[in-house]
Each structure stands twice: as structure tokens, then as C-alpha cells.
Design a protein around this ligand. Structure first.
Ligand SMILES: Nc1ncnc2c1ncn2[C@@H]1O[C@H](COP(=O)(O)OP(=O)(O)O)[C@@H](O)[C@H]1O
Ligand SMILES: [Mg+2]
Length: 380
């Protein structure tokens, strides 16, 4: 910091904060900044540093607002909206925050996503093209993928069983790469996978991603409490921690989505699922899908969402097994482009931890039945 101040490259936010602190006791009537103001100031400093040429700790092309045009809203998520737009005349996707007055948490989350994403380079990970933080509505730029997410692609383009497994393999490769550089994605699901023009799967959305080393403090990060529960493992729902094993669990759910195009557990509301996933080991049922799953794929998916994290395979193993499954998969079996009706989606209670008989249940009935199995507890 002293270096920044001495060589005159410190951002204004840093100079202001230091002056306010120095004035205390020196200038009549000067009051020290409140703790909250200091924290807020530090966040602004961080953002200023990221946006100051030559100071950014990351390798991101900084884009000027006037070179970009927003055309059409194509997606909406946790803290922002995604638009189809142009950057210097090229089609791009523009992810921007909802509002200009970014609170501290929002700014941190946005800067963290850019920082993590900008360091990633892999053929199965969506590329970051650039970002702009020096505007009322900061935004991130990435290449526009016309097919959109894995789900929209599979619903609009006829595919075979082989192509579905290949898409799973692409995701496993992208995830194995993330894990190899020490990152946890923490929000893997089919809607966070995009498909390139040649059908290649690309892992995207690093809004919850973090260094594995930063995930070891139990319950330390409030962002662990949000996310998408039906893709979350029991331990994350219970202890609010994300880790590599949790990503593997989410891979199981994502592979299930890609095979069936179904949302795991149909339309049962999140709040009614939590306790059943934690206590009952409730999982989607792979036995009754409209096209039968190859036995090896079913076994892999079920190991990915094993109740105990230690029983889940690593992404290297997932990748290797998917490759073997693909190797023997016929290339001409077409897959449906629509999911089954919601009423026919089933869930199952794993036998492993509960030592109960295996049950095949319609998700609509699952609540009542689990209530009986859990000793007459009232659910819902
Ligand atoms: N590069 C892109 N090309 C096409 N669609 C995209 C692109 N990036 C995001 N989207 C769309 O926007 C949605 C939200 O993007 P995402 O990065 O997942 O943000 P959020 O954190 O808001 O979930 C995606 O599910 C997808 O539909
Ligand atoms: Mg998303």
C-alpha cells in the first residue's frame, strides 16, 4: 500500500480513507470512520485496484462501456442479468449486475467472479473475454453461445445417447481441470453448462466458485447458504460448506438432467426436499428413465451422489469411466427432446446409510411415505 501511495498510483478511494484516519487527532472535529465505513472503503479500493490499468492482479482485458451494446435479455441469475450484445461489432454475452448502486457484498462477489474466471483456460470451460468495472452497471463479457445451456441445446437439437454421454464427458473434463487448479465450482448444474456451436460442453458461471483452501472454514461464508438445493449434497445443506466432493455430487445430478432433461425431484418445492435429502438420502431414480440408462452410467451417477463424500469418485475417475462408457456406446440411438410429465418423475431412498428397503416413489407421494419411514415424523 505504501508503494502505491509513494509512487502516486493509489486509487482515490485508498487516499481518502487513509486521510480520514490520519485526520483523527490532527484536525479539529475529525471523527474516525466507522468500522462499516472502513470495510466499505476497502471494498471500493479493491474494485478500484482491479479497474486501474497496471494494478489489476488478474489477466483480464478491461473493456470500455462505449464499445459495447446491450441487445436482448437472455438469462437471469443470482445477482445479475445476461444479455446478447456486441463488443466492437462481434456478438457477445454480457453479464451485468441488476443495479448500479452495488452493495459491498455484490461488488465483492462480482470482482471475485472476474478474478477466478480470468485465470481459467480449458477447452471445456467458457472463456472470459473481458470486463468493465468503471461504469454504473459493471459487466462481464464472454463469447455468445447460440445454443445456450445444455438443457436448451438438448431440447432444440436432436441428439443420440452417444452425444449425451459425450456432453457429460466434456463437463467432467472441465470440472477435473477446475479441481486440478484448486477450485471448487459450487454451483454445477445443466443450466451452468453452455454448448458451443460444435456441440462441445462448456462449464460456466463462476459466481460461487472459490479456492478449495478458502472452503475449509465451516459455515464461514454466508454465500454457502444460498445456491440451488436440489443439486447440493446433504453435507452442504447441513453444514453450509462446499468442496470438491460436493461438485461430484452435483455432477451426478447434472448427468441425470442431461440424460432425462428433467429437473431433479420434479416440481416438489425446495423447502420440502431439504430434510429428505439430508435424513432420507432421497435421490432421483435412474431405473425408470424413458430411455434405459446403461448400467455403468447408472452406477457412476449413483456413486457421484453417494451420501458419504468419501464414497464419491474424483473427477479423474468420472472422466475415465465416462470415456469407457462412450467407447462401447452405439452412436445411433436417438434420445427424446422433452422430459417426462412431472407426475411420472420418481425419486428413491438410498439403502446404504439408512439400511432401509429401497423404495421407488413418485416424488409427489414421497413426503408422506418418508414420514412413515422416519418413525412417524411430521413432514412438509
Ligand atoms: N456466453 C453465453 N452465451 C449464451 N448464453 C449465456 C452465456 N452466458 C450466460 N448465458 C445465459 O445466461 C444464463 C445465466 O448465466 P450465468 O453465468 O449462469 O449467470 P448467473 O450467475 O446469473 O446464473 C445462463 O444459464 C445462460 O442461459
Ligand atoms: Mg447460472
Amino acid at each position: 500500500m505504501k508503494r502505491l501511495l509513494d509512487n502516486g498510483t493509489a486509487p482515490d478511494s485508498l487516499v481518502d480513507l487513509i486521510r480520514r484516519c490520519e485526520d483523527v487527532g490532527r484536525v479539529d472535529g475529525a471523527v474516525p470512520p466507522l468500522f462499516d465505513e472502513i470495510i466499505d472503503g476497502l471494498h471500493r479500493i479493491m474494485a478500484d485496484l482491479i479497474a486501474t490499468p497496471g494494478q489489476q492482479p488478474i489477466d483480464t482485458p478491461w473493456i470500455q462501456e462505449e464499445h459495447v451494446t446491450f441487445i436482448e435479455l437472455i438469462g437471469r441469475g443470482g445477482y445479475g442479468e445476461v444479455y446478447l450484445g456486441t463488443w466492437d461489432g462481434k456478438e457477445v454475452a454480457l453479464k451485468k449486475v441488476f443495479r448500479g448502486d452495488m452493495g459491498r457484498d455484490l461488488y465483492t462477489a462480482f470482482a471475485a467472479e472476474i478474478e477466478i474466471w480470468s485465470g481459467l483456460k480449458h477447452e471445456n470451460v467458457l472463456r472470459l473475454s473481458g470486463a468493465c468495472l468503471t461504469t454504473a452497471f459493471p459487466f462481464i463479457v464472454s463469447p455468445f453461445m447460440k445454443y445456450g445451456t445444455a438443457l436448451s441445446y438438448l431440447r432444440s437439437v436432436p441428439t443420440t445417447t452417444y452425444q449425451r454421454i459425450k456432453l457429460m464427458l466434456d463437463i467432467a473434463r472441465g470440472m477435473a481441470y477446475l479441481h486440478s487448479v484448486g477450485l471448487v465450482h459450487a454451483d454445477l448444474k445443466a443450466s451452468n453448462v453452455l454448448v458451443a456451436d460444435d456441440g462441445t460442453g462448456l462449464v460456466c458461471d463462476f459466481g460461487y466458485a472459490k479456492l478449495e483452501s478458502a472452503t475449509r472454514q465451516k459455515g464461514a461464508d454466508p454465500s454457502e447458504r444460498v445456491g440451488t438445493p436440489r443439486w447440493m449434497p446433504p453435507e452442504r445443506l447441513l453444514e453450509h460448506t462446499s468442496n470438491k466432493e460436493g461438485d461430484v455430487y452435483a455432477m451426478g445430478m447434472t448427468a441425470y438432467e442431461i440424460w432425462t432433461l428433467e429437473r431433479p425431484f420434479g416440481d416438489v418445492p425446495d423447502a420440502r426436499l431439504w430434510s429428505r435429502i439430508i435424513d432420507g438420502d432421497l435421490r432421483p431414480c435412474c431405473d425408470s428413465t424413458s430411455v434405459a440408462m446403461p448400467a455403468q452410467l447408472k452406477s457412476l451417477i449413483e456413486r457421484c451422489w453417494a451420501p458419504e463424500p468419501k464414497d464419491r469418485p474424483s473427477f479423474e475417475v468420472v472422466e475415465q469411466e465416462l470415456q469407457e462408457i462412450l467407447f462401447v456406446c452405439p452412436t445411433d440411438i436417438p434420445m427424446p427432446q422433452e422430459p417426462r410429465a412431472v407426475e411420472t418423475i420418481t425419486a428413491k431412498v438410498a439403502v446404504k446409510r439408512t439400511k432401509r428397503d429401497e423404495l421407488n416413489l413418485n416424488v409427489g407421494d414421497v413426503i408422506k411415505v418418508l414420514g412413515r419411514f422416519a418413525g412417524g415424523l411430521e413432514f412438509g
